[in-house]
Design a protein around this ligand. Structure first.
Ligand SMILES: [Zn+2]
Length: 165
């Protein structure tokens, strides 16, 4: 008897859509797929395998998201499921979708500038509220290690900048 399970492409697409419903706990307007954190969706005799790369390996969100993926898959009948954390290659802001950057700005966080970046922060970060380029770095570490705190000299409001990595 052939034990190989055949999964329809529609099922794979359904799982990808499901992944797009899981929000990042730190930036609720962005989902796992917006951030490009879901690297692979596979199915074989052992069940479902989700390859997942956290935005920051040290982020406390990693364990939370692993559980969220597991629970969401299980709740929708995609069992058994295994979530493997893939740290190589490391996540980069280049994996973030353009749509995600727009939503990030609307949420009040200035999206990462450029693609492949050095550890240095950019000279000019655009204010997500008024679009002014007259902004000053206040602190390299904002509300989380992934963000830097800036202030706009035009509207005088502080804002987070999502650091490029
Ligand atoms: Zn401003």
């Amino acid at each position: 008897m052939d034990q190989t399970l055949t999964v329809m492409p529609a099922q794979l697409r359904a799982v990808w859509k499901l992944m797009a419903t899981i929000s990042d706990p730190e930036i609720p307007v962005l989902t796992l797929t917006d951030l490009g954190m879901v690297r692979s969706v596979e199915h074989d005799d052992d069940g479902w395998h989700i390859g997942f790369t956290p935005t920051w390996s040290g982020c406390p969100a990693t364990a939370f998201l692993q559980k969220a993926i597991h629970d969401t898959m299980t709740a929708h009948g995609y069992t058994p499921v295994r979530v493997s954390v893939q740290l190589h290659p490391a996540w980069t802001t280049a994996w973030m979708s353009d749509e995600a950057k727009v939503r990030l700005r609307e949420y009040g966080i200035s999206p990462p500038v450029g693609h492949s970046c050095s550890a240095e922060l950019p000279e000019h970060v655009e204010c997500p509220r008024c679009g002014s380029q007259r902004t000053t770095l206040i602190s390299e570490f904002g509300s989380t290690a992934c963000k830097a705190l800036w202030r706009c000299e035009s509207c005088r409001e502080p804002f987070d900048y999502f650091k490029c990595i």
